[in-house]
Ligand binder design. Structure first.
Ligand code: KG4
Ligand code: ZN
Length: 354
């Protein structure tokens, strides 16, 4: 089956054409086309994503990118057999643009329309080994269930128990800011442009490489609480107080804050996931979402998985942030159902099933 994936939940307009097949009972797929059009430069001046602008750009981009992906892949419309689209969670005005486009296409081509939960997309993004088009069909990573997924993005921070693909229960989540959001807010306090995660990460790496002495300590919020919930808003406030107390930070101080912030977030996250592994049967660990591009956090999860001797699956380069490969894949895994009427749901939970 050839399936078109569409992602417009935030500030990326993304499309993917994925071909899937069943080879002796094993699901295999190959990427025929993958386009991610980022609006980051447009949103930079607002210091974050501006929903009305995101909506306008998605509406403008979708037909252009659809034309481009057909041309690049050589796949004509009559070959597309299903369309999968993110319908939540995310920015509702942005989500609607993708949903409307997908619904129109499904009507025009008389093909099934499959709604995909963006967070399920981030889960399955860990199972595919490439983000670039390839000729050969490939099996997914050999995940054993039950598994634990850790989702760390700009809008979410969740620890999820997966009995099997499609069956999720949330074991813990942030009570306030998502990890990516905290990275972005701290970056803004340090005068760094949006999105700040990669900038903080670079500064922290430099602080470690230069062995800059540690003169500050930030809290590790909720690290000792017995549950699996987290909180990052107080950590951000601690950085704010520190900056108020010490005045305009120089480069060295910025590096120090970045390292200590990254250490704090990593320690809290890994402590909570360790607790989840202690309390639950778990045969594999999956970590998805934009923040897993962070090298320090990747290494921490590699160590943790090594400690528990379980396989760790992380997204391939190009699949950590928002993309449509993960949406097409999640849709293909769900393709037996057809959903003629779907709506955008900004607060859609992973636990909601149809
Ligand atoms: O999954 P994603 O692309 O979008 C959402 O669904 O939210 O995640 C975006 C988030 C942003 O907050 C961004 O700052 C963060 O991922 N991020 C990083 C890094 N690269 C992206 N955070 C820390 N370190 C990074 N290297
Ligand atoms: Zn995302």
């Amino acid at each position: 089956m050839i399936i078109l994936g569409i992602e417009t939940s935030c500030d990326e307009t993304a499309l993917c054409l994925l071909e899937t097949r069943d080879k002796d009972g094993v699901f295999e797929c190959r990427i025929l086309g993958n386009i991610v059009n980022s609006q980051i430069d447009l949103h930079k001046e607002y210091g974050g994503v501006f929903p009305a602008l995101a909506k306008r750009e998605h509406i403008r981009n979708l037909p252009i990118l659809f034309g481009q992906i057909k041309k690049d892949s050589g796949i004509t419309e009559d070959k597309i057999e299903a369309v999968a689209v993110t319908h939540g969670p995310g920015l509702e005005p942005a989500l609607w643009t993708g949903v409307d486009f997908a619904r129109e296409l499904s009507r025009k081509l008389s093909i099934p329309l499959i709604p995909v939960n963006h967070m399920e997309g981030h889960i399955v993004s860990t199972l595919i080994t490439s983000s670039v088009p390839h000729d050969d069909f490939r099996a997914l990573q050999p995940t054993a269930f039950p598994a634990i997924a850790v989702l760390i993005s700009g809008g979410h921070t969740e620890i999820v128990k997966i009995e099997k693909l499609g069956s999720y229960s949330i074991l813990g989540r942030t009570k306030d800011d998502a990890i990516g959001e905290a990275f972005d807010k701290v970056a803004r306090m340090l005068g760094l442009p949006y999105p700040g995660g990669p900038m903080i990460s670079k500064l922290a790496e430099r602080a470690r490489a230069k062995n800059i002495p540690q003169t500050i300590t930030l809290p590790r919020p909720m690290i000792h609480s017995k549950d699996l919930n987290m909180s990052f808003s107080g950590l951000k406030t601690s950085v704010l107080y520190l900056l108020k107390e010490k005045g305009e930070p120089n480069e060295i101080f910025k590096m120090e804050i970045a390292r200590e912030f990254e250490d704090s977030v990593t320690e809290v996250l890994v402590t909570k996931v360790r607790r989840a592994l202690e309390e639950n049967e778990c045969s594999s660990l999956l970590v998805g979402g934009g923040v897993i591009a962070n090298a320090h956090i990747r290494v921490a999860f590699e160590q943790l998985a090594g400690e528990y001797d379980i396989p760790l699956y992380l997204p391939a380069r190009g699949l950590t942030g928002d993309n449509a490969v993960m949406i097409a894949l999640a849709g293909a895994l769900d393709a037996k159902k057809n959903f003629p009427s779907i709506s955008a749901q900004g607060n859609l939970s992973l636990e909601t099933r149809f």
